[in-house]
Design a protein around this ligand. Structure first.
Ligand code: FAD
Length: 391
């Protein structure tokens, strides 16, 4: 059987590749400027990420999956797939959660005023959005969240703490779930809010991860006033509003495309440094295994995208792709460490540095936690995929 895309999808892939080449600094230059190893200042990171998103926006590519009437690309699932694949392969800056769920929620549940005020700023890359769901006592069991929002005149008053907020330190706006009815069953008393991250009473504290990088934060809310006009959807129905981005391409192709790029680079390093290969005889087999796994995983991602293209809603299939992709990311990073050995710990332009693998290895740890842990994915595969009884 020959796997192939339609010609128009391949033509689109070529267009995306050209765009990336023309608009993203080359890999070596990015590495030199420190983009692979954390930014020198927050402003640098904001400007680099939003600058690239502005360029996508000018082409109507930023919100690739959105309907055209809202400034989106109106792309089919297959176009979204190759777009996401090329962006991830080339490590293009991403992570604007306004595109992922704020805009889609507004399209479905927002008032006319909310749509007019927020949607053009999201598609125009004018605002960086973060997601404020997780709390110290609510992660996998998100409905256990305790941040309270109490109505007071024209406002709601927020009190509570969020955690693991990616990009919270850079965000202009936050997409927040809070409890508005503490007496209702836990899924039924939650409401969605749009919060100006510069509001008085919002404190963002950095959490430095094990690789020494600042990606996520703790966010504290002390008597933060949020106008009631910034409630999205029905009060107390927030739980049901949270899942709206599910119709977008969610194959997990990004982890396989990024993984493929890393394995290719490791193979290149192995070719150029025969001494490294001599030090660890099994590395050839390891690299071959990772290459095969990337291809296998890519097929899992294509399966999800194909289902979506046919109008089906993937369920345990998306969990399978997420699970395999995040665990593969950890195996690839380990293979990188095995190949590079002690030199893999050097960074910041040390003269013996070849490629900093220690940071990637440490960063990969979080892949099996973020966006739903491996145990949660296995639970979904077991119950919905294999039909096993709940434990
Ligand atoms: C890099 C990164 C970025 C993140 N960004 C954001 C963000 O921007 N915004 C946001 O709101 N959150 C974010 N998160 C939080 C993320 O969604 C949670 O970490 C995740 O949902 C797990 O929740 P938890 O950390 O509370 O762990 P817990 O849910 O407390 O899990 C602890 C352990 O128990 C296991 N476990 C829990 N429940 C079950 C179960 N039912 N069956 C079997 N095992 C179970 C888990 O698998 C895990 O091993 C981010 C996390 C990471 C790592």
């Amino acid at each position: 059987m020959k796997f192939a895309y339609d010609q128009d999808v391949e033509a689109f892939r070529a267009e995306v590749k050209t765009f990336i080449k023309e608009n993203l600094p080359p890999e070596e230059e990015r590495a030199k400027r420190g983009y692979e190893d954390g930014f020198k200042t927050l402003q640098d990171e904001y400007d680099y990420t939003m600058g690239f998103q502005k360029k996508l926006s000018e082409r109507d590519w930023l919100a690739m999956a959105w309907p055209k009437e809202y400034g989106g690309g109106g792309a089919s699932h297959m176009r979204q797939l190759v777009y996401n694949e090329e962006m991830a392969y080339n490590a293009a800056p991403s992570g604007n959660m306004g595109i992922a769920w704020v805009g889609p929620s507004l399209m479905l549940y927002g008032t006319e005023d909310q749509k007019q005020k927020f949607i053009p700023r999201i598609t125009g890359a004018d605002d960086w959005w973060c997601t404020l769901y997780s709390e110290p006592g609510a992660g996998s069991d998100l409905a256990a969240l305790q941040t309270r929002a109490v109505r007071d005149g024209d406002d709601y008053v927020l009190n509570g703490q969020k955690i693991w907020t990616s990009g919270g330190h850079l965000a202009d706006w936050g997409w927040l779930a809070a409890r508005t009815d503490p007496d209702a069953p836990k899924h039924k008393g939650i409401t969605m809010f749009m919060v100006d991250m510069k509001s008085p009473g919002v404190t963002v504290r950095p959490l430095i991860n094990i690789a020494g990088r600042h990606g996520f934060n703790e966010v504290f809310f002390e008597d933060v006033r949020v106008p009631a006009t910034q409630v999205v959807g029905e009060v107390n129905r927030g739980w049901y509003h949270m899942a709206v981005a599910l119709d977008f391409e969610r194959s997990g192709i990004q982890s396989y495309a990024g993984g493929r790029r890393t394995v290719e680079r490791l193979v290149q390093i192995a070719r150029e440094n025969p001494d490294l290969v001599k030090q660890r005889k099994t590395i050839r087999h390891e690299l071959a295994d990772r290459t095969i796994e990337v291809v296998t995983g890519t097929s899992l991602a294509y399966r999800v995208a194909t289902m979506q293209a046919k109008g089906m809603v993937p369920n345990y299939e998306a969990s399978t792709s997420k699970l395999f992709g995040s665990e593969l990311g950890q195996r690839i990073a380990l293979t990188g460490m095995h190949l590079l050995g002690t030199t893999g710990q050097l960074r910041n332009g040390s003269k013996h540095e070849i490629w900093d693998q220690a940071s990637s290895y440490l960063q990969a740890v979080s892949g099996t936690v973020a966006a739903g842990t491996s145990e949660i994915q296995r639970g979904i595969i077991a119950t919905r995929g294999l039909g096993l009884p709940r434990g």
